[in-house]
Structures are given as C-alpha cells and as structure tokens.
Design a protein around this ligand. Sequence first.
Ligand code: FE2
Length: 296
Amino acid sequence: MTLSIRPTDPVSRPFFAGEVSGVDITQPLSREQVAAISAGMDQYGLLVFHDQRFSDETQLAFSRNFGALETATGDIAQGSERRLSMDVNDISNLDKNNQLLARDDRRRLFGLGNRLWHSDSSFKAVPAKYSLLSARRIPSAGGNTEFADMRAAYDALDAETKAECEHLICEHSQLFSRAILGFSDFTDDERRRFAPVQQRLVRRHPATGRKSLFLASHAGAILGWPVPEARAFLRDLTEHATQRCFVYAHVWAPCDLVMWDNRVTMHRARPFDNTEVRDMHRTTVACEMSTMEQAA
Ligand SMILES: [Fe+2]
C-alpha cells in the first residue's frame, strides 16, 4: 500500500479537501507516513480517510502524531455526566448510557451550536490546530458536515477590507455562539469557564505562510468597536467566507475519519432526524500558542 492524496473535487476546488488512500491509520505509522499526512494537511486544510475502524485508544494514538491534544473542557457534560473520556469530545446525541437525548435536553440544545459556522476551540486562549472526527454511527440521511476554506475567503476579499481586518482582535466565547440560538441556560461555573478570550481576526499559517480569516460564531466582539457594529461586520465576513464556492460538504459513511485544520477552515453540522443515533468521536490537537502570541 502506498499513501496517496488526491483532491475530492478536482474540478471546482483543486486545493481544498483531499482524499487519502493506501494507509491504515488505526495502526502505528512510519515517520514518512506522518510527514506525508502533515504535508497534505498543509496543502489541503482537510483530509478524508475512509473505512478506518477506530477505537478511542487508536484514534488518540493516531492524533498524537500531530501534537499535544486538548481535553474536552469546552463540552457541557463534565464529570460523572460524561459518556466518553475527557480526551475525546462527544459529538453525539447520546447520554452516558448510550440512550438518545430528549429533544429538550440542555446537552442536546447546547450541542446545536455545532450547526453554526465555527472553528473548534476558538473560545480557548490556545485554540485547536487539528480536529479529527471519527464516524462511529451515522443517521440514515442528513448530518453532513460542511467546511469553508478561510484562506480562499481571505484571498477573495478586496484590498480595503483586507486592510480593515488586518489588525483587528475579536473576543470569542461559547456564550456568544449559544446566544445566537437563544440558548442562555448556563450555570455560574460554565459562565466562568466560557469567559471570552481574544483572537486575531487575520492569522498566518506557520507552514505555508498563507493568511486566513479566523472567524467563528463564537466571535461576539471586536476590541475598540461598538458591539452591534462588530457583529454586523463579522456577520458580513462570515456570509462572504461561506459562499458555496468556498465550501466542501462531507457526506459521511460509517468509519470515515475527517481531519481538518481549524486555522484555515470553518465548519458546521447539518440537521438530521434526532430519533436516529449520530455518534461521532472527536480528538483535537492544540495549537502551540494563541493567535495573540503568534505574529499575524
Ligand atoms: Fe466543531
């Protein structure tokens, strides 16, 4: 088997979303294989691997090839409420007994925030580098994940808007993204844990040098701007960045693993029938530093 990567959609988006074949990533990898996958991530920003039968242990082992992992402190289910370990983000509609969450369960309602465009953990001071999402059980229809290429979106801005964005600093919090959906059912502890953090709006990829817009529904303020003006500006940028020409929609098959670079993409989940199980396990590689430390 030889590892190869080709574009998922060579006609319309030749440099966004690569499909990897010729490698079993549930097994230990050689240095050359890890280097090839890292290079593919730099080029594409998003890689799809099919038919990878992961356990949480093998998924964690594969993920650690790419850096230190985050823990799931952004999840609303903590402690004895958790179904999965703190090393794995639970992207499912299940409780700890593997039963479907009720329609009005606050964990499910909080999880609906995933339907808004976002970059994982932009609400943490040191945000996510890679997310690795493994499809364990999928519904019979719907539940796609859509990805937007924030490098292409940045490149397509006019010079005036690029200049306006260049030095802006945003505040990100899960309190902001959930407020968009009318969810405000937070405990005092959650309000403390989800206090806003600062992120640069424009960031530069350390390997490729390409600039991208660092947007997310978690962004609810721009330093020095009136809040309504900031939110209108961020909404316009998000609308620009998520035009269909910048978007790849992943239609899941069981045992797919999709790995994306949160520094250069946004994503969102699409709806599905909540009487069916959707069970996805996410491991997350952290950035090495905050966007505030990293020169834009
Ligand atoms: Fe996400």
